[in-house]
Design a protein around this ligand. Structure first.
Ligand SMILES: [Zn+2]
Ligand SMILES: [Zn+2]
Length: 111
C-alpha cells in the first residue's frame, strides 16, 4: 500500500521539487502498510510507520508516473486523447483501485 500512500502524501510533489512532503522535521505517521497495525519487523512492532522523506522515494519511477496519470485523469485529463473508453483497460482498473484506496486513507496525527 506504499503506492497509495505516496499518492496521497505526495500531492504537492512534482518535477520542480518537493512541496508539502514529509521530512525528517515533519514526518508523516501512517498505519503500517505491511501488517495493518498488527506489528511487524517493518514498523518495529509499533503498528505505525513513519515517513520522514519525500514519498516519491518510496516508489519507483514507473509507479510514480502511474500515480501522476491517475491523479490527472481524476481531474479530467486522460493520458491518451479521448474519453474513458479510449484508455487502456488496465489503466482504468488501476485508477479505480488507486482512487478508492486514496480516498480511504487519512494521515494519522503524530502521537
Ligand atoms: Zn516530494
Ligand atoms: Zn508493521
Amino acid at each position: 500500500m506504499m503506492l497509495t500512500w505516496a499518492g496521497k502524501l505526495g500531492t504537492g510533489c512534482g518535477p520542480r521539487g518537493c512541496f508539502d512532503c514529509p521530512s525528517e522535521r515533519e514526518p508523516a505517521c501512517i498505519k503500517c502498510p505491511v501488517c495493518d497495525q498488527a506489528g511487524c519487523d517493518a514498523c518495529g512492532d509499533s503498528g505505525m510507520f513513519e515517513i520522514d522523506q519525500c514519498p516519491r522515494r518510496y516508489v519507483d519511477g514507473f509507479y510514480w508516473e502511474l500515480l501522476r496519470f491517475a491523479k490527472l485523469f481524476k481531474r479530467g485529463t486522460p493520458p491518451i486523447q479521448g474519453g474513458a473508453l479510449d484508455q487502456e483497460i488496465w489503466f482504468l482498473e488501476c485508477c479505480e483501485f488507486l482512487w478508492s484506496e486514496m480516498d480511504a486513507l487519512t494521515p494519522q496525527p503524530i502521537a
